[in-house]
Ligand binder design. Sequence first.
Ligand code: FES
Length: 93
Amino acid sequence: IKSPQMLRILLGEKPGPVIASKKPFKAELVCGKRHSWCTCGHREKQPFCDGTHKAKAQGLMPQRFYTANPPYCDSTHKQEFIQSALLKGNTNF
Ligand code: FES
């Protein structure tokens, strides 16, 4: 455990990130524009941040990027620890 915040999340005292989906999202990006990818998973409409993390996962920030260096899917979602984890709302699809 790397921080008191992480300990509070693990103990259930503080809301943390959730898995929004086990599949990648397609998104249209605008060349040269800065985008903010949602790292908390709480936003209903993924994959971009709308500020929901401020209420549901305080301390987390979106991953900001320009189209030259986006967080493209690297197939991490296919790994067992993701596929066996519960999704947001405990629905596993
Ligand atoms: S809404 Fe998820 S990081 Fe902002």
